[in-house]
Design a protein. Sequence first.
Length: 236
Amino acid sequence: MTFGDNTARIEIWSDIACPWCYIGKRRFAAALSEFEHRDRVSVTWRSYQLAPDTPTGLRRPEIDALVEMKGMPADQVRQMFAHVAHVAAQDGLDIDFATVIAANTFDAHRLLHLAGERRDALLEALFRAHFVEGEVVDDRDTLVRIAASAGLDPETVRAGLDGDAAADAVRADLLEARTLGVTGVPFFVANRAVAVSGAQPKDVFLALLQRAVDDVDAAETAAADVTGAAGDGCAV
């Protein structure tokens, strides 16, 4: 891959309805904050939908939705929730599955594409709204309120959601995920060359960041070597 500068590019496919994405975001942020070359890292959040067929506005408890979708006994789902909540708590996240409402996340992903430089803050707010506060994140009034809390202009957000703004951008992310073979999230890709799947420990993300920067440096060195060798060619 050819790079125009010395920036390492990290793309992260995630879904607001994925608790492991919330945990993975927290762990990746911890790694990035410690990484000595963090000023050379560009992070882009990409859209993914684990359950794109979830009806909008149904307001079903997440446990009921998963029992139906996965065909699992309710007690087994509760045990799974308890395990995830325990892991999340170790990373400082207070997930309350008893209040989580199943939602179609397409509009939330559209909103993230409209958020510009506030995208990371908005994603954090959406995760918290869904997993901690029991908000309905496929309700547009709720999305406008969450966006405003993250520093976005509410009228601009509402106008975007009332139209078809950023829908193509979300679909492009979903298509790219299929092209890359993404079957689960979170999914972290460095320079479109190296990938890490899942809410990995911080040290794994630190290694990914170092590999990303090292690969950029190696590509720049190779390009410089080619330029330096060009003096043996013919010129007019």
